[in-house]
Ligand binder design. Structure first.
Ligand code: AMP
Ligand code: TRP
Length: 334
């Protein structure tokens, strides 16, 4: 019997969503909702693994919900809710903490990056963050997980945890082994200041990223200032191997235009980067500004956003409780 497809993904409410989130994950959500049942979660419990100002966190939960709706996710067709409103996430995370291995967590590169040089001072939550992510996915027995390339290692850990649970408790096939769905053309959008680093909310300079709420002027300014090199646009992609900033801008443009990068290179070969930058700014303004405008409109309607989250919570809770009942039984909890 083939199992029913179900997608789950989460986005942390930790501040402005940016072009990396948009091209790396959110656009994938939009197409996926046409193909299968989907659950989109504002993962507030993940956000607090690093300290969040409580007032800002609340506002960011609303804003991430608004962004889900602004990009075109259908609140009736999909389940949209915030993680902490379904306590089963935390309960299953505890059970999985007892299945997952310290050695596995020690390999997680995101922990190493986020904890920085003084790992003793990082929160325990940050360390076991991947187990909570596994709980998010497995609580609903999700089969597909659309994410950016930076989450691939966490997904592999989730697969290992699911397999070990099934094996340890002799419940073969209880948890499906979820498939990552990672964008092919642009799985990692890089910083506009340094093409070797991913575009991220935590990078200090605003000029390193395009935020979904940026105005047209800000977008144009940021692209104008984006780092490139002095060589013109080459004719072949392999000539971009040692030019990470140039490659990043071209990949973003190709993705926005839904055109293979090689076709863009053939058309633009020999031109200066200022030529690409003008076209890229226009495309970004056309794509991003309407989304930003919609987010700003929706964020003022808290009653509506609360209603969306409550409706999502009801649906998520029902599924979570059904699965948790079975999980408690399997583990031997009363
Ligand atoms: P986060 O804001 O960390 O919760 O990320 C939300 C989603 O955006 C996840 O699926 C990430 O993998 C994805 N993402 C974040 N930054 C980038 C980036 N620079 N390039 C591609 N995808 C990204
Ligand atoms: N860790 C993910 C990120 O930082 C967010 C996340 C939490 C997630 N739980 C998830 C993504 C479950 C996919 C599935 O981007």
């Amino acid at each position: 019997m083939s199992i029913k497809k179900l997608a789950f993904s989460g986005v942390q409410p930790t501040g402005n969503l940016h072009l990396g989130n948009y091209l790396g994950a959110l656009t994938n959500f939009v197409s996926l909702q046409k193909e299968m049942e989907c659950i989109f979660c504002v993962v507030d419990l993940h956000a607090i693994t690093t300290f969040q100002n409580p007032k800002e966190l609340k506002q960011n939960i609303f804003e991430t919900t608004a962004a889900f709706l602004a990009i075109g996710l259908d609140e009736n067709k999909n389940i949209i809710f915030n993680q902490s409103s379904v306590s089963g996430h935390a309960e299953l995370a505890w059970i999985l903490n007892c299945v997952s291995r310290i050695g596995w967590l020690n390999r997680m590169t995101q922990f190493k990056d986020k904890a920085g040089s003084d790992k003793e001072k990082a929160s325990v939550g940050l360390y076991i963050y991947p187990n909570l992510m596994a709980a998010d996915i497995l609580l609903y027995k999700a089969t597909h997980v659309p994410v950016g390339a930076d989450q691939k290692q966490h997904l592999e850990l989730c697969r290992d945890v699911a397999q070990k649970f099934n094996k340890d408790f002799k419940s073969e096939n209880f948890f499906p082994i979820p498939e990552p769905l990672i964008q092919k053309n642009i799985s990692r959008v890089m910083s506009l200041r340094d093409g070797t680093k991913k575009m991220s909310k935590s990078e200090e300079s605003d000029y390193s990223r395009i935020d979904l709420k940026d105005s047209a002027d800000e977008i144009v300014k940021k692209i104008k200032k984006a780092k490139t090199d002095s060589s013109p646009i080459p004719g072949q992609e392999k000539e971009l191997e040692k030019r990470p900033e140039a490659l990043n801008l071209l990949k973003i443009y190709a993705d926005l235009k839904k055109t293979p990068i090689q076709k863009i290179l053939s058309e633009m070969e020999g031109k200066e980067f200022s030529f690409l930058k003008n076209k890229l700014s226009d495309s970004l303004v056309a794509t991003i500004c309407p989304v930003g405008k919609k987010i700003k409109e929706l964020i003022d309607d808290k009653a509506y956003l609360e209603q969306v989250l409550n409706k999502g919570r009801e649906k998520a809770l029902k599924k979570a409780e059904e699965n948790l009942k079975k999980i408690r039984e399997i583990v031997g909890l009363l």
